[in-house]
Design a protein around this ligand. Sequence first.
Ligand code: ATP
Ligand code: MG
Length: 345
Amino acid sequence: MSTDVNVKMEALAGVDPDALPLQVKDLHVEFRTRNGIAHAVNGVSFDLRAGETRAILGESGCGKSVTAQAIMGILDTPPGFITGGEILYRGVDLLKLPESERRKVRANRVAMIFQDALSALNPVFTVGFQLAELFRKHRGMSRQDAKARAVELLDLVKIPAAKQRVNDYPHQFSGGMRQRVMIAMALALDPEVLIADEPTTALDVTVQAQIMALLAELQRERNMGLVLITHDMGVVADVADRISVMYAGRVIEEAGVNDIYANPAHPYTKGLLESIPRLDLKGHELSAIKGLPPMLTNIPPGCAFNPRCGYAQDVCRQDPAPPLYQVSPSRTAACHFWKEVKGDE
Ligand SMILES: Nc1ncnc2c1ncn2[C@@H]1O[C@H](COP(=O)(O)OP(=O)(O)OP(=O)(O)O)[C@@H](O)[C@H]1O
Ligand SMILES: [Mg+2]
């Protein structure tokens, strides 16, 4: 793989092998719709190290997928527009690259898997053909070699009888197996960064756990950076190193996974944690966060979470939104009252 990476490095000017595989800085995305401007991503920043899993967590509609689409360069434009920020792959700002260069990054260095494998795979070609095409197109392999690599990949993602299954069409696989095929497609060209957008929500709980374990194993073996997008705090606990919690298009808390679980510093994070079902509290009511997230065409002034927040005071209802306060050297939270929320350790 190392020679492969070196070849890839040469192909893209300005790449600094010592820079982080992915850095998102102050990203802004808006959708210009008939009902107004939806401010979907409002200054999101995060870093990703090699081999690290960064979870991006938040309720439906908070801008998680839009962030991923902006990174991958697959935003629906129009109506979506990136209006500010930087997306750096090893120091190179992808937003400044011409589309042809950007496509190289997308195929080779930063890959993505989606929630719904069936719609991401092409129904009219066998999975073997779709995998082999990647090797033929990007690696110039012969038909025969490419097919052999396709079988290896299906083996890698633990699809039983890979040699036979390589000739099957996507609809002939179960949901979990299809998700494995998509992981195989994403890993085919040895990306350094994998973005997984809700990769297991369409699956039942046991299969979910198997897929997450597979992802974690492959990530370790390849020292790949993983951005795991999810609304499920339970999934995050097992696999993530760091968490960015999003609310209404902003990161409102950023910390190591243990810090967040032991001591959330933002009321929204605290609410999310309290809404995880716990066996030891069986019979108790789940305390879900009251109310709904705001419309992104009409985000309230001040802290976007204030209408749902038990800690809110006047200062929270006025612009500007709270900045990301430094809670400790390695964590931040965008709440004026983070000390009260976090309590004593
Ligand atoms: N194609 C689009 N056209 C118009 N607005 C859009 C479009 N895609 C996204 N948006 C806006 O961006 C917001 C964030 O969407 P996004 O898909 O990022 O949410 P999410 O956090 O991934 O939610 P979920 O957990 O449901 O997947 C949406 O609520 C919507 O206002
Ligand atoms: Mg989404």
